[in-house]
Design a binder for this molecule. Structure first.
Ligand code: AP5
Length: 222
């Protein structure tokens, strides 16, 4: 089973994908996180992607498609994948569909997660992450016990370079121009499930799990 989570920045794709990964045998693959891993390791790909990410623009299709297709056919993905942040353009969607077909796989469901613009912006600018163990926090919704310090490992928290208000607004514009058309593409294919991303994290998970018909340890859509 392969599931795509699509939606604007701050909709909760990463948060919900992590929960879904725990509840199923599916592997969570996040294009943005793969880029940030390359950035941390200062690889050539990471350095190239940085100039797009810092501005809030999309990294070129050929780069992101190559990176994702290298990842999704590795052995730990054989039970299926939760795609988070990919595809974001029609070209990426077509490349994914073609590659899955070559491996006798398909997209089984596309979850469209959304929330009002002011909520998205507040979630984005409030996000902080542990430098060491990557535990996520949010200064408005889920702050650490001590400001700027990870509850789990005691290391510093950092704010993503693209999580300032100006870049966040641009990321939303880019989403509406370049990614929104995919919603209709997947709706026309009969794959789209709309889930309201407003409300606390657990409430959104309940909606999402209900929509997919997933029970703990189960990876099928019923
Ligand atoms: P990426 O990392 O994918 O960023 P994004 O899509 O902008 O998504 P976010 O991580 O901001 O939001 P999310 O929906 O995952 O929300 P989250 O769960 O984190 O991409 C970054 C960049 O990489 C792109 O701009 C682009 O440059 C490049 N890139 C990536 N993929 C690409 C592609 N396919 N093609 C080209 N370029 C690509 O939650 C956000 C915050 O809200 C967190 O603090 C969280 O704790 C909090 N939160 C979540 N849900 C709730 C809730 N229900 N209640 C309260 N708080 C909540």
């Amino acid at each position: 089973m392969n599931v795509i989570l699509v939606g604007p920045p701050g909709a909760g794709k990463g948060t919900q994908a992590a929960v879904l990964e725990e509840k199923t045998e599916l592997k969570h693959i996040a294009s943005g996180e793969l880029f940030r891993q390359h950035l941390r390791e200062e690889t050539q790909l990471g350095l190239m992607a940085r100039k797009y990410i810092d501005k809030g623009d999309l990294v070129p299709n050929d780069v992101v498609i190559g990176m994702i297709l290298d990842r999704v056919f590795q052995p730990d993905c054989e039970k299926g994948v939760i795609f988070d942040g990919f595809p974001r353009t029609k070209e990426q969607a077509d490349a994914l569909a073609e590659a899955l077909e070559e491996h006798r796989q398909q997209i089984d469901a596309v979850i469209f997660l959304s929330a009002p613009r002011e909520v998205l912006l507040k979630r984005i600018v409030g996000r902080q992450t542990c430098r060491n163990c990557q535990t996520p926090y949010n200064i408005y919704y889920s702050p650490p016990r001590e400001e700027g310090v990870c509850d789990v490992c005691g290391e510093d928290l950092y704010t993503r370079s693209d999580d300032n208000l100006e870049t966040a607004r641009h990321r939303l514009d880019v989403y509406f121009q370049q990614t929104m058309p995919l919603i209709e593409h997947y709706r026309a294919m009969g794959l789209l499930h709309e889930v309201d991303g407003l409300g606390d994290i657990h409430d959104v998970t309940v909606r999402l799990v209900h929509e997919l018909g997933i029970k703990n340890g189960d990876s099928g859509v019923h």
